[in-house]
Design a protein around this ligand. Structure first.
Ligand code: GSH
Length: 283
Protein backbone atom coordinates (compact mmCIF):
# COMPACT_ATOMS: atom_id res chain seq x y z
CA UNK A 1 0.00 0.00 0.00
CA UNK A 2 2.68 2.54 -0.93
CA UNK A 3 0.39 5.34 -1.91
CA UNK A 4 -1.96 5.69 1.02
CA UNK A 5 -0.51 9.08 1.38
CA UNK A 6 -3.05 11.76 2.01
CA UNK A 7 -6.62 12.74 2.44
CA UNK A 8 -8.38 12.11 -0.81
CA UNK A 9 -8.74 9.70 -3.61
CA UNK A 10 -9.75 10.29 -7.18
CA UNK A 11 -13.02 8.77 -8.28
CA UNK A 12 -14.86 9.14 -11.56
CA UNK A 13 -18.32 10.67 -11.59
CA UNK A 14 -21.06 9.70 -13.95
CA UNK A 15 -21.17 12.87 -16.06
CA UNK A 16 -19.16 12.98 -19.25
CA UNK A 17 -18.36 15.98 -21.37
CA UNK A 18 -18.11 15.63 -25.14
CA UNK A 19 -15.27 16.97 -27.25
CA UNK A 20 -14.30 15.87 -30.74
CA UNK A 21 -13.89 12.11 -31.06
CA UNK A 22 -12.98 11.53 -27.44
CA UNK A 23 -15.08 11.77 -24.32
CA UNK A 24 -13.47 12.67 -21.05
CA UNK A 25 -14.53 11.63 -17.64
CA UNK A 26 -15.24 14.38 -15.19
CA UNK A 27 -13.97 13.69 -11.73
CA UNK A 28 -14.24 14.23 -8.07
CA UNK A 29 -12.17 13.51 -5.04
CA UNK A 30 -13.65 11.54 -2.21
CA UNK A 31 -12.31 11.17 1.31
CA UNK A 32 -9.87 8.36 1.64
CA UNK A 33 -10.52 5.56 4.09
CA UNK A 34 -7.00 6.17 5.23
CA UNK A 35 -7.15 9.91 5.63
CA UNK A 36 -6.98 9.87 9.40
CA UNK A 37 -3.98 7.63 9.67
CA UNK A 38 -1.82 9.10 6.92
CA UNK A 39 0.08 12.33 7.07
CA UNK A 40 2.06 12.51 3.82
CA UNK A 41 1.49 15.36 1.43
CA UNK A 42 -0.14 13.97 -1.72
CA UNK A 43 -3.72 12.84 -2.14
CA UNK A 44 -4.35 9.17 -2.72
CA UNK A 45 -5.13 8.53 -6.36
CA UNK A 46 -7.15 5.40 -6.75
CA UNK A 47 -9.74 4.85 -9.48
CA UNK A 48 -12.89 3.00 -8.54
CA UNK A 49 -12.85 -0.64 -9.47
CA UNK A 50 -15.76 -0.16 -11.90
CA UNK A 51 -14.85 2.32 -14.59
CA UNK A 52 -17.58 1.62 -17.15
CA UNK A 53 -18.56 5.30 -17.32
CA UNK A 54 -15.02 6.33 -18.01
CA UNK A 55 -13.55 6.49 -21.46
CA UNK A 56 -9.84 6.75 -21.56
CA UNK A 57 -7.74 8.55 -24.07
CA UNK A 58 -5.02 6.12 -24.80
CA UNK A 59 -2.70 5.43 -27.62
CA UNK A 60 -1.14 2.09 -28.39
CA UNK A 61 -3.53 0.23 -26.17
CA UNK A 62 -2.28 -3.18 -25.31
CA UNK A 63 -4.89 -5.93 -25.08
CA UNK A 64 -5.44 -7.00 -21.52
CA UNK A 65 -3.67 -3.97 -20.10
CA UNK A 66 -5.91 -0.97 -20.44
CA UNK A 67 -5.12 0.99 -17.32
CA UNK A 68 -3.82 4.45 -18.15
CA UNK A 69 -0.28 5.01 -17.01
CA UNK A 70 -0.74 8.76 -16.60
CA UNK A 71 -3.62 11.12 -15.86
CA UNK A 72 -3.32 14.65 -17.18
CA UNK A 73 -5.59 17.35 -15.79
CA UNK A 74 -6.01 19.92 -18.51
CA UNK A 75 -8.05 22.70 -20.07
CA UNK A 76 -8.33 23.80 -23.67
CA UNK A 77 -5.23 25.50 -25.05
CA UNK A 78 -3.64 25.85 -21.63
CA UNK A 79 -0.16 25.05 -20.38
CA UNK A 80 -1.09 21.39 -20.69
CA UNK A 81 -0.65 21.53 -24.48
CA UNK A 82 3.05 20.65 -24.39
CA UNK A 83 2.83 17.81 -21.83
CA UNK A 84 -0.23 16.52 -23.68
CA UNK A 85 1.58 16.50 -27.05
CA UNK A 86 4.62 14.88 -25.42
CA UNK A 87 2.44 12.08 -24.01
CA UNK A 88 1.35 11.45 -27.58
CA UNK A 89 4.91 11.68 -28.92
CA UNK A 90 5.92 9.04 -26.37
CA UNK A 91 2.96 6.82 -27.23
CA UNK A 92 2.17 5.78 -23.66
CA UNK A 93 -1.26 5.18 -22.17
CA UNK A 94 -2.85 8.20 -20.56
CA UNK A 95 -6.16 9.67 -19.55
CA UNK A 96 -7.26 13.27 -19.98
CA UNK A 97 -9.34 14.82 -17.23
CA UNK A 98 -10.79 18.21 -18.10
CA UNK A 99 -10.65 20.97 -15.54
CA UNK A 100 -12.88 23.70 -16.93
CA UNK A 101 -11.29 26.94 -15.75
CA UNK A 102 -14.23 29.00 -17.07
CA UNK A 103 -16.45 27.12 -14.62
CA UNK A 104 -13.98 27.55 -11.76
CA UNK A 105 -13.24 23.82 -11.59
CA UNK A 106 -9.57 24.63 -10.96
CA UNK A 107 -10.64 26.18 -7.65
CA UNK A 108 -12.72 23.23 -6.49
CA UNK A 109 -11.36 21.75 -3.26
CA UNK A 110 -10.90 18.42 -5.03
CA UNK A 111 -8.56 19.95 -7.59
CA UNK A 112 -6.80 22.16 -5.06
CA UNK A 113 -5.95 19.00 -3.16
CA UNK A 114 -3.92 17.98 -6.20
CA UNK A 115 -2.60 21.37 -7.20
CA UNK A 116 -2.87 24.12 -4.59
CA UNK A 117 -1.94 26.71 -7.24
CA UNK A 118 -5.32 26.22 -8.94
CA UNK A 119 -3.53 25.95 -12.27
CA UNK A 120 -3.46 23.39 -15.04
CA UNK A 121 -1.77 21.14 -15.93
CA UNK A 122 -1.34 18.53 -13.25
CA UNK A 123 -0.01 15.06 -13.97
CA UNK A 124 -0.85 12.07 -11.83
CA UNK A 125 1.36 9.02 -12.16
CA UNK A 126 0.50 6.23 -9.80
CA UNK A 127 0.49 7.93 -6.42
CA UNK A 128 2.63 10.85 -7.55
CA UNK A 129 1.27 14.28 -8.40
CA UNK A 130 3.35 16.69 -10.47
CA UNK A 131 2.48 20.20 -11.53
CA UNK A 132 4.29 22.85 -13.60
CA UNK A 133 4.24 22.14 -17.31
CA UNK A 134 8.03 22.23 -17.79
CA UNK A 135 8.56 19.85 -14.85
CA UNK A 136 5.94 17.48 -16.25
CA UNK A 137 7.66 17.64 -19.62
CA UNK A 138 11.03 16.67 -18.16
CA UNK A 139 9.47 14.01 -15.95
CA UNK A 140 7.86 12.35 -18.96
CA UNK A 141 10.91 12.65 -21.21
CA UNK A 142 13.19 11.15 -18.57
CA UNK A 143 10.73 8.37 -17.79
CA UNK A 144 10.68 7.42 -21.49
CA UNK A 145 14.26 7.86 -22.70
CA UNK A 146 13.62 5.70 -25.77
CA UNK A 147 11.37 8.42 -27.16
CA UNK A 148 14.50 10.59 -27.47
CA UNK A 149 12.67 13.79 -26.58
CA UNK A 150 15.35 15.31 -24.39
CA UNK A 151 19.12 14.96 -23.93
CA UNK A 152 19.84 12.86 -20.87
CA UNK A 153 22.77 13.36 -18.43
CA UNK A 154 26.06 13.09 -20.29
CA UNK A 155 24.59 14.27 -23.58
CA UNK A 156 26.36 17.44 -24.81
CA UNK A 157 23.01 19.03 -25.74
CA UNK A 158 21.63 18.72 -22.21
CA UNK A 159 22.89 22.08 -20.98
CA UNK A 160 21.27 23.92 -23.88
CA UNK A 161 18.02 22.01 -23.36
CA UNK A 162 17.87 22.88 -19.67
CA UNK A 163 18.89 26.47 -20.24
CA UNK A 164 16.19 27.11 -22.82
CA UNK A 165 13.45 25.21 -21.03
CA UNK A 166 14.04 27.10 -17.79
CA UNK A 167 14.28 30.40 -19.64
CA UNK A 168 11.05 29.69 -21.45
CA UNK A 169 9.18 28.75 -18.31
CA UNK A 170 10.47 31.44 -15.96
CA UNK A 171 11.03 34.34 -18.35
CA UNK A 172 9.10 34.01 -21.60
CA UNK A 173 6.08 32.35 -20.00
CA UNK A 174 6.07 34.94 -17.23
CA UNK A 175 5.69 37.80 -19.69
CA UNK A 176 2.97 35.88 -21.49
CA UNK A 177 1.20 35.67 -18.14
CA UNK A 178 1.56 39.42 -17.73
CA UNK A 179 -0.01 39.95 -21.13
CA UNK A 180 -2.90 37.53 -20.71
CA UNK A 181 -3.49 37.92 -16.98
CA UNK A 182 -2.47 41.42 -15.93
CA UNK A 183 -5.45 41.12 -13.57
CA UNK A 184 -3.46 38.59 -11.52
CA UNK A 185 -0.85 41.24 -10.79
CA UNK A 186 -2.46 44.67 -10.66
CA UNK A 187 -5.76 46.14 -9.51
CA UNK A 188 -6.20 49.25 -11.63
CA UNK A 189 -7.24 49.04 -15.27
CA UNK A 190 -4.73 51.71 -16.37
CA UNK A 191 -1.87 49.88 -14.65
CA UNK A 192 -2.91 46.60 -16.28
CA UNK A 193 -2.98 48.25 -19.69
CA UNK A 194 0.53 49.54 -19.14
CA UNK A 195 1.71 46.15 -17.96
CA UNK A 196 0.41 44.58 -21.18
CA UNK A 197 2.25 47.13 -23.29
CA UNK A 198 5.51 46.51 -21.45
CA UNK A 199 5.02 42.73 -21.61
CA UNK A 200 4.41 42.84 -25.35
CA UNK A 201 7.53 44.92 -25.89
CA UNK A 202 9.58 42.48 -23.83
CA UNK A 203 8.05 39.52 -25.66
CA UNK A 204 9.01 41.00 -29.01
CA UNK A 205 12.62 41.13 -27.85
CA UNK A 206 12.47 37.55 -26.63
CA UNK A 207 10.93 36.21 -29.81
CA UNK A 208 13.56 38.09 -31.84
CA UNK A 209 16.22 36.42 -29.69
CA UNK A 210 14.68 33.00 -30.35
CA UNK A 211 14.39 33.74 -34.05
CA UNK A 212 18.08 34.68 -34.22
CA UNK A 213 18.98 31.49 -32.38
CA UNK A 214 16.99 29.44 -34.89
CA UNK A 215 18.46 31.39 -37.83
CA UNK A 216 21.98 30.59 -36.62
CA UNK A 217 21.43 26.94 -35.73
CA UNK A 218 17.91 25.72 -36.53
CA UNK A 219 15.57 24.49 -37.64
CA UNK A 220 14.96 23.18 -34.10
CA UNK A 221 16.10 24.69 -30.81
CA UNK A 222 18.80 21.99 -30.66
CA UNK A 223 19.81 22.31 -34.31
CA UNK A 224 18.77 19.32 -36.37
CA UNK A 225 17.50 17.53 -33.32
CA UNK A 226 13.76 17.72 -32.54
CA UNK A 227 13.04 17.71 -28.81
CA UNK A 228 10.34 18.45 -26.26
CA UNK A 229 11.80 21.96 -26.10
CA UNK A 230 10.34 22.66 -29.54
CA UNK A 231 6.92 21.46 -28.42
CA UNK A 232 7.07 23.70 -25.35
CA UNK A 233 8.14 26.69 -27.42
CA UNK A 234 5.42 26.21 -30.03
CA UNK A 235 2.84 26.08 -27.22
CA UNK A 236 4.09 29.48 -26.05
CA UNK A 237 4.14 30.76 -29.64
CA UNK A 238 0.44 30.00 -29.97
CA UNK A 239 -0.27 32.29 -27.05
CA UNK A 240 1.04 35.27 -29.05
CA UNK A 241 -1.47 35.02 -31.85
CA UNK A 242 -3.56 37.96 -30.65
CA UNK A 243 -0.51 40.24 -30.38
CA UNK A 244 0.62 42.87 -32.87
CA UNK A 245 3.68 40.76 -33.76
CA UNK A 246 2.72 37.11 -33.24
CA UNK A 247 5.45 34.49 -33.22
CA UNK A 248 4.41 33.50 -36.76
CA UNK A 249 5.74 36.89 -37.96
CA UNK A 250 9.31 35.70 -37.35
CA UNK A 251 10.56 33.60 -40.28
CA UNK A 252 12.55 31.02 -38.33
CA UNK A 253 10.02 30.68 -35.56
CA UNK A 254 7.34 30.29 -38.19
CA UNK A 255 9.35 27.48 -39.78
CA UNK A 256 9.62 25.76 -36.39
CA UNK A 257 5.89 26.20 -35.79
CA UNK A 258 5.26 24.57 -39.19
CA UNK A 259 7.52 21.62 -38.33
CA UNK A 260 6.01 20.98 -34.90
CA UNK A 261 2.37 21.49 -35.87
CA UNK A 262 2.82 19.04 -38.77
CA UNK A 263 3.68 16.26 -36.33
CA UNK A 264 0.90 13.73 -35.76
CA UNK A 265 1.25 14.06 -31.97
CA UNK A 266 0.68 17.81 -32.07
CA UNK A 267 -2.24 17.47 -34.45
CA UNK A 268 -3.84 14.78 -32.26
CA UNK A 269 -3.38 16.97 -29.17
CA UNK A 270 -5.08 19.93 -30.89
CA UNK A 271 -7.96 17.76 -32.05
CA UNK A 272 -8.42 16.22 -28.60
CA UNK A 273 -8.39 19.66 -26.95
CA UNK A 274 -10.88 20.93 -29.54
CA UNK A 275 -8.73 23.87 -30.65
CA UNK A 276 -6.93 25.12 -33.70
CA UNK A 277 -4.09 27.61 -33.97
CA UNK A 278 -6.44 30.59 -33.93
CA UNK A 279 -9.13 29.05 -31.75
CA UNK A 280 -10.04 29.51 -28.11
CA UNK A 281 -7.36 30.06 -25.57
CA UNK A 282 -7.72 29.41 -21.90
CA UNK A 283 -4.38 30.84 -20.91
N1 GSH B 1 3.74 27.82 -14.54
C1 GSH B 1 2.53 27.05 -14.72
C2 GSH B 1 1.44 27.97 -15.26
C3 GSH B 1 0.15 27.24 -15.43
C4 GSH B 1 -0.96 28.22 -15.74
O1 GSH B 1 -0.85 29.44 -15.56
N2 GSH B 1 -2.06 27.67 -16.19
C5 GSH B 1 -3.20 28.52 -16.47
C6 GSH B 1 -3.80 28.13 -17.80
S1 GSH B 1 -2.59 28.32 -19.08
C7 GSH B 1 -4.25 28.32 -15.40
O2 GSH B 1 -4.42 27.23 -14.91
N3 GSH B 1 -4.95 29.39 -15.03
C8 GSH B 1 -6.01 29.31 -14.10
C9 GSH B 1 -6.08 30.51 -13.22
O3 GSH B 1 -5.12 31.30 -13.21
O4 GSH B 1 -7.09 30.67 -12.56
C10 GSH B 1 2.79 25.91 -15.69
O5 GSH B 1 3.52 26.11 -16.66
O6 GSH B 1 2.26 24.80 -15.47
Amino acid sequence: MPFFAGHHRLTPTSSLSATPKIRYASWSLASSDHSRSCARAWPVIRPRAKTAARERCMVREEPGNERPVYRLFWDRGSANMAPHAVLREIGCRFELIRVDISKGENRAPAYLALNPNARVPTLVHGGRVIYESAAILMYLCEAHPDAGLMPLPGDPDRGAFLQWLFWMTNTLQEDLQHWWHADNYLDGEACRHEMKIVAERRLERMFSQLDSHLAAGGPYMLGNRFSALDVFLVMLCRWTRAMALPATSYANLNRLIGLVTARPAWAAMMLAEGIDWNGPLAS
